[in-house]
Structures are given as structure tokens and as C-alpha cells.
Design a protein around this ligand. Structure first.
Ligand code: PXP
Length: 242
């Protein structure tokens, strides 16, 4: 039997709605508390360079509000490294970041950016932060993650989420093969991006995956059925697929 699949809830878009009016409602901290109450396994938050959703002061407030591990998504920059070392989240997921993008559009080029990433991965690891690299399900990128001694990789499921028919099956196989290869090499595989009630189950059924990080869909669905129900339904679908 496969191990239990953890669900990390990305609460960025609660902050997106808050920031739309410039005030303090809805508060992502309240979302983090609900995630804890409904048995979510972690809080994921992306402090973007432009601070379009989560802001610096949110991090400490989220950490103080729940016992859940915080997975900080961050670009590989000096500024973000300094913030991560100050806040010491449980985990840091290094993501590529482009100012003009609407969301994280592709995986990190761990292979092409080895020299830039190495000191950041080392500094985070030395501080006891569990480093994850957000990469495409591609053997070159996985090998690069191994060379960087990252204990975790998160596979970008965006292409899978957007593909149809046979192309979707191809993407799924790619993720499943890479998850197996990661686990075989002692790297814990995670996955995330673009996951919904409709597309989560084939991903959740990949036995080596240890964690999914899901945000936009859960927060969107919460508008209609509430955050608690939205997370519970995702949890049930994940459990059913296992
Ligand atoms: N994992 C990573 C590394 C991400 O950057 C994101 C988006 O911020 C997610 C998971 C969640 O993606 P989504 O919001 O599409 O569920």
C-alpha cells in the first residue's frame, strides 16, 4: 500500500483577494487556521518579488497561528534567501519567477542554473530548512536536483492539468516515471500546480508521491462551498485514489 499522501494548501489567493481592496480582509492567517482544523498537512505560501499576494508580515503571522509546517515558495534570490533564513520555514520550495507571469509557468531550470542554485540550496539546508526544487518531470532536471543534494523535488503538473486526451496520458506517465525515479534515488517526490477535483486522482494514485500542493482551485471553490468543505472534498478524492 502506498504511504498517505499529504495535502499542502497554498493560501496565496486569499491574500490576492485581500490585496484587491488594500485592507486586511480576507486574512490568509484565518485560512491557515481552517487548513489546520480540517486536517490539512501543511501551509504553502509564495512570497513573490512583487508581493502581489503574500507579504513579508504574513509569514510570521502564519507561522504563529498554526503548528502546521510552512512550505515557503521562493525565487532563488539573495533577498528571498535572507527572508527564509530569518523565518526558518519547515520547507522552502525554490521556484522560477518572472515578474510578468500570472503564475509559476514552468519548472526551475535546475540543470542550467546549478552554480546559482548551489549556494542557496546549501545555505537553506545548513539552516535546517527542507529544500524542494519545483521542476518539470524531466530526467535532466531530476539529475540536476540530485547533484544539488535537494532532498525533495516538486513536479510541475501544469502541463498535465492543461493537456487533453492522449497528451494528458503522456504527461501523467512522465510524472509517474519521474516520481518512481526520484524515490529510487532517495529524493521525496511532490507534485502541484493546476490540480482540481477533476484531475487530481490520477496524480494522487502515483504511489511514490508524498505530497500535493494545491491552491488556486481550492480557494476558488471555497467561494462557493466554503474553505473547509473545499479542502475536505479534495482530501476525500486524494484518499479515494490511493
Ligand atoms: N506548487 C508550486 C511550487 C507553486 O508555485 C504553486 C502555485 O503557486 C502551486 C504548487 C499551486 O498551484 P495552484 O495554485 O495552481 O494549485
Amino acid at each position: 500500500m502506498s504511504q498517505r499522501l499529504r495535502l499542502g494548501v497554498n493560501i496565496d489567493h486569499v491574500a490576492t483577494i485581500r490585496n484587491a481592496r488594500g485592507g486586511d480582509h480576507p486574512d490568509p492567517v484565518r485560512a491557515a487556521e481552517i487548513v489546520a482544523q480540517v486536517g490539512g498537512d501543511g501551509i504553502t505560501a509564495h512570497l513573490r518579488e512583487d508581493r502581489r499576494h503574500i507579504r513579508d508580515e504574513d509569514l510570521a503571522r502564519i507561522q504563529a497561528a498554526t503548528q502546521l509546517p510552512l512550505n515557503l515558495e521562493m525565487a532563488a534570490t539573495e533577498e528571498m534567501l535572507e527572508i527564509a533564513l530569518r523565518h526558518k520555514p519547515y520547507a522552502a520550495c525554490i521556484v522560477p519567477e518572472k515578474r510578468e507571469e500570472r503564475t509559476t509557468e514552468g519548472g526551475l531550470d535546475a540543470a542550467g542554473q546549478h552554480n546559482r542554485l548551489q549556494p542557496i540550496v546549501t545555505a537553506l539546508s545548513d539552516a535546517g530548512i527542507r529544500v524542494s526544487l519545483f521542476i518539470e518531470a524531466d530526467p535532466r532536471q531530476l539529475e540536476a536536483a540530485m547533484r544539488l543534494s535537494a532532498p525533495v523535488v516538486e513536479f510541475h503538473t501544469g502541463e498535465y492539468a492543461h493537456a487533453e486526451g492522449e497528451a494528458k496520458a503522456v504527461q501523467l506517465r512522465r510524472i509517474a516515471d519521474m516520481a518512481a525515479l526520484a524515490a529510487k534515488n532517495g529524493i521525496e517526490p511532490h507534485a502541484g500546480h493546476g490540480l482540481t477535483y477533476e484531475n487530481v486522482q490520477p496524480i494522487a494514485a502515483i504511489p511514490q508521491l508524498a505530497e500535493l500542493n494545491i491552491g488556486h482551485y481550492l480557494i476558488g471553490e471555497a467561494v462557493f462551498i466554503g474553505l473547509e468543505a473545499s479542502i475536505r472534498r479534495m482530501r476525500d478524492l486524494m484518499d479515494e485514489a490511493r
